[in-house]
Write a protein that binds this ligand. Structure first.
Ligand code: NAP
Length: 486
């Protein structure tokens, strides 16, 4: 790739230091970022290029210590970095900054907004006023894109006044994960699954994104947001889309995004009338995670709050392919383990020829488990005869494909792929504006129903799997949350 400019607004923040800069270093190590590229960190305090470079050196120290190839490249990478002081809410300094960056239409300029969403619209206007919004410029925005449909619209309209939609890259870093991309490969690169991928053969789908962490340093943001906005509106719905979408005509970005949009628009609405039956919200109390005692949400926060740290939802995609198939979604903080997975459970065989055998155990339905983290991989659970004499004894066993064992090597972080896609100009793994709107359109009535119904979050003990109501949500239907049997 030719040299480019990448400007990280919020270049000293947690996201930049923990994710973006280490990701860029790895791309540099692999030769994708060449000499002549400029990477700018922008924030409000005064510091020199040298001081910034030292800070980044510390931020990438762990990556360098883990791999001598990376360690060798740190000095070269650091040379590409610059720091500029700019208060994004003020007008001072923009002309000088614009003169330095330039507006050559043939050189790619990526402006990464690693700052709060309150600044998105303002930065767009400043970039335009400084002449930096033209051809060659791209803008990357992080979640949260608003806190509801109306505020997302304000942000998207503000960006839309300055940039063409093709210049706006809305990141959902889940889409950059290798195993999430592999969902598309699995579904459309194999003849095996697609004929079965419908209500006729699939009983239900579960999507779980479980975290063990609590609030950490994000209390201010999280308490205004909650699990529904922070996780379901983006990550879980995007995963649901990739499972449920129709085969796109090609890998072209809009071809895939058109299909995801149709799924979002087919979701059965959840509102005051049915939210109590179809949703569960929870909030953790003190408990123990991984053997370590942890405080409850309200203790961590220091004041009362009705923000949910857990959500479970029974969703349904109302179209011919999926009618009647529940999609059970759940996500939460301070759960038993850090784990994200999609479980597709197939229907039972129509008739068991094994039922009359002495000691016959029931046939378990086949399951396809796509593990996103940790231990990325795929397991296909099948019924198998237990070898040896003793009749036809059957057991459920897993065909197990571990990404690490099969492919070896380091698994690149999602941001590596996504950052380079912004430079390459490939929006396939980014959300289009209408997708964001459609996701909020489904989420807002749920939030509204909770408010109208005064549905306070149900307490759950940290270190478990959420409130008992979340178990009841699925068990009412005669199903259970998937537990990996080994
Ligand atoms: P953070 O640690 O608070 O960093 C914010 C950065 O923005 C700092 O560099 C800060 O530096 C700078 N900044 C704030 N106001 C500014 C202004 N007026 N002008 C110029 N610079 C300003 O936040 P973060 O965790 O990195 O998150 C950044 C954004 O990414 C947020 O929207 C967040 O929701 C989103 N996000 C973060 C993560 C994550 O893992 N951290 C994950 C997903 C999404 P100064 O205060 O020195 O100016």
């Amino acid at each position: 790739m030719p040299p480019f400019d990448l400007v990280i607004f919020g270049g000293t923040g947690d996201l930049a230091m923990r994710k973006l800069l280490p990701a860029l270093l790895h791309r540099y190590v692999d030769g994708q970022i060449v000499a002549g590229t400029r990477i700018y960190g922008i924030a409000r305090d005064e510091r020199s290029d040298e001081a910034y470079r030292e800070r980044v050196r510390e931020a990438v120290a762990a990556a360098a210590a883990a791999d001598p190839r990376v360690a060798e490249c740190v000095d070269g990478f650091i040379e590409l970095l610059h720091y500029r002081r700019l208060d994004l809410s003020g007008e001072a300094g923009w002309p000088e900054f614009a003169a330095e960056i330039g507006n050559d239409p043939d050189r790619v300029r990526v402006f990464y907004l690693a700052v709060g969403p309150g600044l998105f619209a303002m930065v767009g206007d400043r970039l335009q006023a400084a002449g930096l919004s033209g051809e060659g410029s791209r803008v990357v925005v992080e979640k949260p894109i608003g806190k509801d449909g109306a505020s997302a619209q304000v942000i998207n309209e503000a960006l839309g006044r300055v940039f063409d939609e093709s210049q706006v890259y809305r990141i959902d870093h889940y889409l950059g994960k290798e195993t999430v991309q592999n969902l598309t490969a699995l579904r459309f690169g194999n003849a095996l699954f697609e004929p079965l991928w419908k209500a006729e053969h699939i009983d239900h789908v579960q999507i779980t994104v479980a975290e063990t962490v609590g609030l950490e340093t994000r209390a201010g943001y999280y308490d205004q947001s909650g699990a529904l906005r922070d996780m379901v509106q983006n990550h879980l719905l995007q995963l649901l889309c990739l499972v449920a979408m129709e085969p796109p005509a090609s890998l072209a970005a809009d071809s895939i995004r058109d299909e995801k949009l149709k799924v979002l628009r087919s979701l059965r609405p959840i509102d005051n009338g049915n939210a109590a039956q179809l949703t569960v919200r929870g909030q953790y109390r003190a408990g123990a995670v991984g053997g370590k005692a942890v405080p409850g949400y309200l203790d961590e926060l220091g004041h009362g709050s009705h923000t949910e740290t857990f959500v479970a939802i029974k969703a349904e995609v109302q179209n011919w392919r999926w009618a009647g198939v529940p999609f059970y979604l759940r996500t939460g903080k301070r759960l038993s383990e850090r784990m994200s997975e999609i479980v597709v459970t197939f229907r039972q065989v129509p008739h068991s020829i094994f039922a009359d055998l002495p000691n016959a155990s029931p046939l378990a339905p086949n399951k396809l488990v796509i593990r996103l983290q940790p231990d990325e991989g795929i397991k296909l659970w099948l019924m198998h005869k237990v070898p040896g004499p003793g009749g036809m004894r059957m057991r459920e066993v897993a065909m197990d494909l571990s990404v690490e064992e099969t492919f070896g090597g380091r698994q690149p972080d999602a941001y590596e792929r996504l950052l380079m896609d912004t430079v390459r100009g490939n929006p396939m793994l980014f959300m289009r504006r209408d997708e964001v709107d459609a996701a909020w359109h489904w989420i807002d009535p749920i939030r509204n129903a909770w408010e109208v119904n005064h549905d306070a979050p149900k307490p759950y003990t940290a270190g478990g799997w959420g409130p008992s109501a979340a178990v009841a949500l699925i068990e009412r239907d005669g199903r259970t949350w998937h537990e990996d049997e080994g």
